[in-house]
Design a binder for this molecule. Structure first.
Ligand SMILES: *Cc1c(COP(=O)(O)O)cnc(C)c1O
Length: 355
């Protein structure tokens, strides 16, 4: 049976990415060697990382003066690397969920943190709007998509200070104005590749301004100087990322992803809004197009497991909500076809009609 993969991360990848990765595991670019066993210093692998780098710059329309890095450690390592490299005295944060809170916790190790607003009191079901970012902070950190709660900041905020964005779960799903940012980071396992690599975009000019001593591996400059190869990079995930980037380009780039993404999300939100038993959890204006969170209305709440089983009989996988929220979460990352969204919508309708 065809599976419809709604996992939040690691999550669906395009068939193009998976097939080309599988081929390279057997025989990488006709070398007669597996991508798993080839030196990262070989000219063949150098070509992979160079092309991935160039495609990131092209797809995100990155202006000059920015560097692209592929590092290990996940987005979670960036929670500490960012303040290590950018926080002189004070940073501002928008607290929109667990990932934002984790970034705040690490930043506090390095300086003063001003949480300008938080939606914690409402279990992060919306993105705060009425906040003021002080002019004297080194940067303002945002989490553009809140994977667990299904809220998304779909516009790069206008503030007077540099932005830093955790875009782990919505990078490549909308056009962004990179010039507003000092740094952008994204764990690969949502919209790019298998887990193991993190994409980082940093503004060269913004580095070198802190006085503290930075350990070699945690210093962005180290990795810029060595082209992401100061030490052995995660070769396989980088190869997969390159495949996904090629696939994005072949489909028309980020603009095309955004168009389809909006359509997929609109279909599913419509189905939720027109249902008598399901209801969305995020505030309508802040709804994410990547992670759609919904629950059963209280009078039907005991049917949660029944719906998950009903859906799984149709090949629907990974719709259980995050443990801190409950209910359901359908992740509609770029690689998710509309066809799978329709299968989920049909399952919701059929389940409701048989009650
Ligand atoms: C998944 C996720 C993370 C954590 O990523 P790791 O690579 O597991 O450290 C951080 N931020 C956001 C927004 C995420 O979705």
């Amino acid at each position: 049976m065809k599976k419809h993969n709604f996992y939040a991360g690691p999550s669906i990848l395009s068939e193009f990415t998976i097939k080309n990765t599988a081929d390279a595991v057997m025989n990488f670019n006709g070398t007669g060697l597996s991508i798993l066993e080839i030196s990262h210093r070989s000219k063949e692998f150098q070509a992979v990382i160079d092309e991935a780098n160039a495609l990131v710059k092209e797809l995100l329309e990155i202006p000059s003066g920015y560097e692209v890095l592929f590092l290990g450690g996940g987005a979670s390592l960036q929670f500490c690397m960012i303040p290590y490299n950018f926080l002189k005295t004070k940073a501002a944060f928008l607290d929109t969920g667990v990932w934002a809170s984790k970034a705040i916790k690490e930043a506090k190790l390095f300086g003063e943190v001003d949480v300008v607003a938080s939606s914690k009191e409402a279990n992060y079901t919306y993105i705060p709007k009425d906040y003021v970012v002080p002019d004297d902070v080194d940067y303002f950190h945002i989490t553009t998509n809140n994977t667990i709660y299904g809220t998304e900041l779909r516009k790069d905020p206008d503030v007077k200070v540099p932005l830093i964005g955790d875009m782990s779960s919505d990078i490549f799903s909308r056009r962004i104005d990179v010039s507003k940012y000092d740094a952008i980071y994204a764990g690969a396992q949502k919209n790019l590749a298998p887990s193991g690599v993190t994409l980082i975009i940093v503004k060269q000019e913004a580095l070198g301004k802190v006085d503290r001593v930075i350990p070699t591996m945690l210093n962005y400059q180290t990795h810029i100087d060595k082209g992401s190869m100061f030490n052995t990079p995660p070769c396989l995930p980088i190869y997969s990322a390159l495949q996904t980037l090629k696939w994005y380009k072949s489909l028309g780039g980020v603009e095309a992803m955004e168009k389809v993404g909006l359509e997929k999300a609109a279909h599913l939100y419509d189905a939720i809004d027109n249902s008598k038993i399901f209801v969305g959890t995020a505030k309508a204006e802040d709804r994410s197009i990547m992670n759609v969170c919904f629950v059963l209305r209280p009078e039907y709440a005991e049917l949660e497991k029944q719906f998950i089983d009903f859906a799984s009989e149709r090949g629907i996988v990974g719709i259980k909500g995050h443990r801190s929220v409950g209910g359901f979460r359908a992740s509609l990352y770029n690689a998710m076809p509309m066809e799978s969204v329709k299968v989920l919508i049909q399952a919701m309708k059929d389940f409701e009609n048989k009650l």
